[in-house]
Design a protein around this ligand. Sequence first.
Ligand code: ADP
Ligand code: MG
Ligand code: MG
Length: 252
Amino acid sequence: MATLEIHDLHVSVDAEGGPREILRGVDLTVKQGETHAIMGPNGSGKSTLAYSLAGHPKYTVTGGTVTLDGEDVLAMSVDERARAGVFLAMQYPVEVPGVSVSNFLRTSATAIRGEAPKLRTWVKEVKEAMERLSIDPSFAERNVNEGFSGGEKKRHEILQLELLKPAIAILDETDSGLDVDALRVVSEGVNRVRESGQVGTLLITHYTRILRYIKPDHVHVFAAGRIAESGGPELADKLEEEGYEEYVKGGA
Ligand code: ADP
Ligand code: MG
Ligand code: MG
């Protein structure tokens, strides 16, 4: 059972005019099979947490620890983190010019599995995963995220999730910018992966809407760079009614 443990994490970002502390002591444990919703207002540091866990160079850890099954994640390179089973679906997926979706997926799978997947089974695997996500087959030959619509970008992130089968999936606002149909398709993809029981999910979101489709075990309110409150699904209902105001006052 993979366990991600974040303890007293402090992170600064290299901003103009010097480093700025964004994360101010995050404590969180995510076990395989669990889904944790991280909910918070814009600018509270949710994406900073996601990027820091994935190892983005712009973010500097100034204190605290992150371990995956006791292994020091912060000491790992971006590639090592991915191989260890940490997956990030970015809020704003980036273009990879000159690299097709098909090549990108196979290269990622090869890096993570440690060997190239057998071509015949792989082609079938990709085709089936694309069908489940209602992605047109021609999509495979397009360059990663180049000219993709918001919905296509998010489907592509979930396609990676389904194929790479990480131990810990960090989904940063996978719901943002999706219409209801796309939200349902994307949520179904996340739920399929969850049902395997093999993944711990960190579902980062601003809105409660996605939680109608993906039921979290735990809900955390994120404000001013740390977890302000934790609870069960009922906490999301409270946020739906009352918003974040209570947490923002006296915050950042
Ligand atoms: P959220 O995802 O909750 O909206 P972010 O993590 O994106 O929050 O941002 C938290 C704060 O950190 C914001 O005030 C934002 O402007 C700042 N920040 C994040 N990344 C950078 C960056 N690369 N350069 C400068 N400031 C940043
Ligand atoms: Mg934001
Ligand atoms: Mg964000």
